[in-house]
Design a protein around this ligand. Structure first.
Ligand SMILES: [Zn+2]
Length: 256
C-alpha cells in the first residue's frame, strides 16, 4: 500500500490529516487549524505538500493556510466552489459529484451541508478513508449552524452509505462529551459501552480518536441511529420520521 495516513492534532481539540503517496511523493493535507504541527509532521518525514483540501470555512479549519503555503508554495488549494467567497483563494473549486485526481487516485466530493452550507467531505476509495470535517465526527456530528436537521440528516446518510470499513477522519476530538451523551440515548448498547472505555484509554495515552471506522460509527453514533425503533421508543418519538428524530437528538445534544 503506497498510501500513508497521518493524523495531526492541532490547537486544543482539532485534527488535520496528511496523506502521502510513497510512489509519487504526492502529499495531501486536509484542513489547516494551525500551521506548526502540520509543518513539523511534513518536515519530520521529508514530505512536501502538493494538495491542500478544505472542508469548510470556519477559522479553526483554514487559519493556518497562509503559513503552510509560505513553506509549501506550489500546493494547490481545493475547496467548495459554493463557498469560494468565504474561503481563502482556491486553485480549484469543487462540488457534489466531482472527482479529482491525487497521485493517480480518485478523490470524490460529497456535499455534507448542515454544520455549514457548502461543507464538503472528501472520499478516497484507494485509501479507504473519508475526510468529514465537522459533519460526521467520532461518536457525534457537528452543530447545525447554517443548515437544518433534514439537510444534515441527508448529509450523514451519504456518509453512512460508504463501505463499512471506511476510515472516518473528522475535524475534532469531542469523544469525552460525545460518549457521555451517546450513553444517555443508548445506555445498554454494549458496543457503545466498550467504545467509551476504549476512548478513555486512548485519551489517557494522548492517542488520536480519529480516524474511526465507519462500522463503529454505525453501531454506536447516536446521529446515525435515529432510524432504530429502540432509539425512537426511548425518546418517545415512535411516530416521528427519521430526520425528525435526528433533529430531536441534535437538539438534546445542544443542551447537554
Ligand atoms: Zn466548523
Amino acid at each position: 500500500m503506497p498510501l500513508h495516513l497521518v493524523t495531526v492534532p492541532c490547537l486544543s481539540d482539532n485534527y488535520a490529516f496528511v496523506v502521502h503517496d510513497s510512489e509519487t511523493g504526492a502529499t495531501l493535507l486536509v484542513d489547516i487549524p494551525e500551521a506548526q504541527p502540520i509543518l513539523d509532521a511534513c518536515c519530520e518525514r521529508g514530505w512536501a505538500l502538493t494538495d491542500i483540501l478544505i472542508t469548510h470555512h470556519h477559522g479553526d479549519h483554514i487559519q493556518g493556510l497562509a503559513a503552510v503555503l509560505a513553506r509549501h508554495d506550489t500546493a494547490r488549494v481545493i475547496g467548495a466552489a459554493a463557498d469560494a467567497h468565504r474561503l481563502p483563494p482556491l486553485t480549484r473549486g469543487v462540488a457534489e459529484g466531482d472527482t479529482f485526481d491525487f497521485a493517480c487516485h480518485d478523490i470524490q466530493v460529497l456535499d455534507v451541508s448542515g454544520h455549514t452550507l457548502g461543507h464538503v467531505a472528501y472520499y478516497m476509495p484507494a485509501l479507504g478513508a473519508v475526510f468529514t470535517g465537522d459533519s460526521l465526527m467520532t461518536l457525534g456530528c457537528g452543530r447545525l449552524f447554517e443548515g437544518d436537521a433534514p439537510t444534515m440528516y441527508a448529509s450523514l446518510q451519504k456518509l453512512a452509505a460508504l463501505p463499512p470499513d471506511t476510515r472516518v477522519g473528522s475535524g475534532h476530538d469531542y469523544t469525552a462529551g460525545n460518549a457521555k451523551f451517546a450513553l444517555t440515548i443508548e445506555p445498554d448498547n454494549p458496543a457503545l459501552i466498550a467504545r467509551d472505555k476504549a476512548f478513555a484509554q486512548a485519551r489517557a495515552l494522548a492517542q488520536p480518536t480519529s480516524p474511526s471506522l465507519l462500522s463503529d460509527e454505525l453501531a454506536t453514533n447516536p446521529f446515525l441511529r435515529a432510524h432504530l425503533p429502540g432509539v425512537k421508543a426511548r425518546l418517545s418519538l415512535q411516530d416521528k420520521t427519521d430526520p425528525e428524530v435526528f433533529g430531536a437528538i441534535r437538539a438534546l445534544k445542544d443542551r447537554f
